[in-house]
Design a protein around this ligand. Structure first.
Ligand code: DGL
Length: 258
């Protein structure tokens, strides 16, 4: 499981639930965080060789790029460079547009994710006539990172980041946004606060359950028994000492990552 930071934990949580028998190596490339602030060439130059080192060191059977910003820019070069299967995380525009009643959908991601051609192509192919508003959030991933690390993050800071998602006539439930795609894996970590701070109720689309199903399909039938704990390792590329292991156990299905 690979992300720029702790956001991929929102994907890991679902994947571990689906496949408790696997061993997990979670890699947070925090030395290069936030990915949303880098250019595409810089991100490719960073992630492709780093992945080569990780594959050589850990020999994974499957790699989940649990990061939209990396997936929309680096997934193709990764697949071209390595034989290991990759599962990416890309904005869930198709299911969001399929279920929107008001035909107004917002895509909340990093600035990089909403600017890239990959995301624009998803809208062209799958918007199905919905009006799609792209919202590039400059700070929400960093705010989620801070909150998970135990720093107080104000409601005002979060509310300001999500405000542009809410379009249309606020007074008319049939004429306003009803669906928001969480197009950055950090955001589901703040879901309870997003729900509370939203100016009106919307459906938030988190792609993690769909990714977990895809991982299960690719891994094939479980070789272990229900309740088996394959263990887990957590790596921060900054090598900074951290005290997070115990706080993160719920995301690892109860195991304490080494
Ligand atoms: N978690 C990442 C994503 O899904 C990005 C956060 C960042 O590093 O900017 O887009």
């Amino acid at each position: 499981m690979f992300d720029s930071g702790l956001g991929g934990l929102s994907v890991l949580r679902e994947v571990v639930r689906a496949r408790p028998d696997a061993h997990y190596v979670y890699v947070a490339d925090d030395a290069f965080f936030p990915y949303g602030h880098h250019s595409e060439p810089a991100l490719i130059a960073r992630v492709v060789p780093l992945m080569g080192e990780l594959i050589a060191a850990h020999r994974p059977g499957l790699i989940v790029i649990a990061c939209n910003t990396a997936s929309v820019q680096v997934l193709a070069p990764l697949r071209a460079a390595y034989a290991t299967p990759f599962v990416g995380t890309v904005p869930a525009i198709k299911p969001a547009c399929a279920q929107s009643q008001t035909r107004r959908v917002s895509v909340l991601g990093t600035k990089a994710t909403v600017q890239r051609e990959y995301t624009h192509a998803l809208i062209r192919d799958f918007a199905g006539g919905c009006e799609v508003t792209l919202v590039g959030s400059p700070e929400l991933a960093s705010l989620a990172e801070a909150a998970l690390s135990g720093t107080t993050v104000s409601d005002d800071a979060i509310a300001a980041e999500i405000a542009p998602c809410f379009t249309g006539d606020a007074a008319d439930p049939a004429g306003r946004t009803d669906t928001v795609v969480l197009a950055c894996t950090h955001y589901p970590l703040l879901l309870d606060r997003l729900e509370r701070l939203a100016p009106w109720k919307v459906t938030w689309i988190d792609p993690a359950p769909a990714i977990a199903r895809r991982v299960g399909d690719l891994l094939g039938p479980s070789t272990g028994h229900a309740g088996d704990d394959g263990g887990a390792t957590m790596i921060f590329t900054s090598n900074k000492p951290h005290q997070l292991s115990r706080a993160l156990t719920p995301y690892f299905g109860g195991r304490v990552p080494a």
